[in-house]
Design a binder for this molecule. Structure first.
Ligand code: C2O
Length: 540
């Protein structure tokens, strides 16, 4: 049982002070650590002046879809001053997960943390392969509150250009040179040496399982530790056969476990998260594209590492500097629990991703099949389904899947110039095709032999990702781009899965009561709780 109090705070993780939202005054937020088969209860006390909600990224939420945390889909937001209790099972999952707020863009402001489901020793194929485990959270970081950035982004003036991060953090820590702060009047206090970076202690000869989570809002990272190789053993909660890599690309929402052996000379080494610069907007930024933490071998002095990365820092001309934001080759990732491709496909869902000016808002929004998602957070689909409503507002982008045990194939087709890490709630899907160009049903070859299963996969720029899952989980499940800025401009849809079974399950009283207070004043379905126009461009 976990007790969480959500409050407004001001912190300066990299020296720049800014308002944030925190759980229990912690940044990153509290870690949820449980064992296979456990049930989790989180009591949330919302002490913010705005509503909130929490999502358990990667969890299946079987028999508790109303605790999945998506306002407008499976719950109403938790009002200011209220308490709400999430209870859910870990189902058959083990591995590395995370939690984050799922109301508006609150997680960018600090509401996230890690979740680990440890396996039973007899069932864990890798338990003997490491001595200790560590969590590594990579996140981009913005020096201004999300509300300020959104005010500009959700306007004509942004021309659809997303806010660009100012820094990156590893486990909530990062170095920032105060002379680069933008706008220049933001309060910045240069952190003392030794306080500005996360420190990981290695014992010579030990092996570590690093649970790497991209908890960021937008950036895709390429992760590495100088002089060390890594063995990938887990992908989004799925054990895979070991794969050796030097550098590991990890996109927003994704997780990997790697085993690293402390088999190098006794000294200090840089741990690096290199920005996938190719997939950020080409706006000038004050950000150092290489975010670092320190790996200190036990016995090494307290000096800064002097090691070099595999790719010379900041050398975009070096061909091995992987800047294209693509997933680790899915063909390398073979789940240990072998499952052939899910067949036959009974339901085809083809989603074409695009961005263009919205005739209603007048600013650039994201579309799937020409629908830009707008849902009333106080009218969740799951409640409407309970009330036997069968046709939904077009803007809610509901796709009904009503046959149990069927295979659903989703083609994510992206002709645009940005990549999109897509996350599906309530399921672990197979990635059966992923590449550039156009996907052609029946022509594009599929990965049929034991395709990788995960819950977040990147749709490359000018490319496609094809995923399959089985309908076995009544609920309302979001499918969305995990670039949180794209969530705010509509790159979201939802599956209403097995509506008849779902209706029979009812909805617990405390979940229904969340909707009693109704939609508060000052909330717009397009821009949320933002103050009205005119927008103030950040930095002006
Ligand atoms: Cu991690 Cu709907 O998100």
């Amino acid at each position: 049982m976990f007790f969480w109090t959500v409050t407004n705070q001001t912190i300066s993780p990299d020296g720049v002070a800014r308002p944030v939202l925190l759980v229990n005054d912690m940044f990153p937020g509290p870690r949820i650590d449980v064992n296979r088969g456990d049930y989790i209860t989180v009591v949330v006390e919302n002490k913010l002046s705005v509503p909130t909600s929490f999502h358990w990224h990667g969890f299946l939420m079987k028999n508790s879809p109303w605790y999945d945390g998506v306002p407008g889909q499976n719950q109403c937001p938790i009002p200011p001053g209220a308490n709400f209790t999430y209870t859910f099972a870990t189902d058959d999952l083990v591995g590395t997960f995370w939690w984050h707020a799922h109301f508006e863009n609150q997680y960018i402001d600090g509401l996230w943390g890690p979740m680990v489901i440890r396996d039973t020793p007899e069932l864990d194929p890798y338990l003997d392969h490491y001595n200790q485990e560590l969590v590594v959270m990579l996140s981009d970081w913005f020096h201004q509150p999300t509300g300020v950035l959104l005010q500009h982004y959700l306007s004509k003036a942004s021309n659809g250009r997303e806010p660009v991060p100012n820094n990156g953090l590893i486990n909530g820590k990062g170095f920032f040179n105060c002379s680069n702060v933008q706008p220049a009047d933001l309060p910045c206090e240069q952190l003392r040496r030794g306080h500005e970076r996360a420190l990981f202690r290695f014992e010579s000869g030990f092996k570590y399982r690093l649970r790497i989570i991209n908890t960021g809002a937008a950036a895709s990272w390429i992760y590495s530790i100088d002089n060390h190789t890594m063995q990938v053993i887990e992908v989004d909660g799925v054990y895979v056969d070991p794969v050796m890599v030097d550098r590991l690309p990890i996109n927003a929402g994704q997780r990997y476990s790697v085993i690293v052996e402390a088999d190098q000379e006794l000294r200090n080494y840089w741990m690096r998260a290199e920005l996938g610069k190719d997939c950020l907007p080409k706006t000038p930024t004050n950000m150092d594209p290489v975010v670092k933490a320190i790996v200190r071998y036990e016995g090494a002095g307290r000096y800064e590492p002097t090691t070099h990365g595999r790719v010379p820092d900041n050398d975009p001309n070096n061909p091995s500097f992987v800047e294209a934001c693509v997933d680790l080759d899915p063909l390398l990732l073979k789940p240990m629990d072998v499952q052939p491709i899910y067949e036959p496909v009974a339901k085809h869902v083809n989603l074409k991703i695009s961005f263009h000016m919205d005739p209603i808002d007048g600013f650039v929004r994201g579309y799937m099949n020409n629908i830009t998602y707008r849902a009333d957070p106080w009218k969740p689909t799951i409640h409407q389904n309970l009330d036997d409503i069968r046709t939904f507002n077009n803007d809610m982008h509901v796709v009904v899947i009503d046959q149990p045990g069927e295979v659903v194939q989703v083609v994510l087709d992206n002709e645009g110039g940005d990549e999109h890490p897509y996350h599906l709630h309530g399921h672990v899907f197979q990635v059966v095709a992923q590449g550039t160009g156009r996907y052609e049903e029946g022509k594009t070859p599929l990965m049929t032999a034991n395709p990788v299963r995960r819950d977040t996969a990147t749709v490359p720029r000018d490319g496609y990702a094809v995923i399959r899952f089985k309908t076995d989980n009544p609920g309302v499940w979001a499918l969305h781009c995990h670039i949180e800025w794209h969530v705010s401009v509509g790159l979201v849809m939802q599956f209403l899965e097995l509506p008849d079974q779902l209706r029979k399950m009812g909805i617990p009283r405390q979940v229904r009561e969340l909707c009693d207070s109704g939609r508060p004043e000052g909330f717009s379905p397009d821009t949320g709780f933002l103050p009205p126009t005119p927008p103030i461009p950040p930095g002006k």
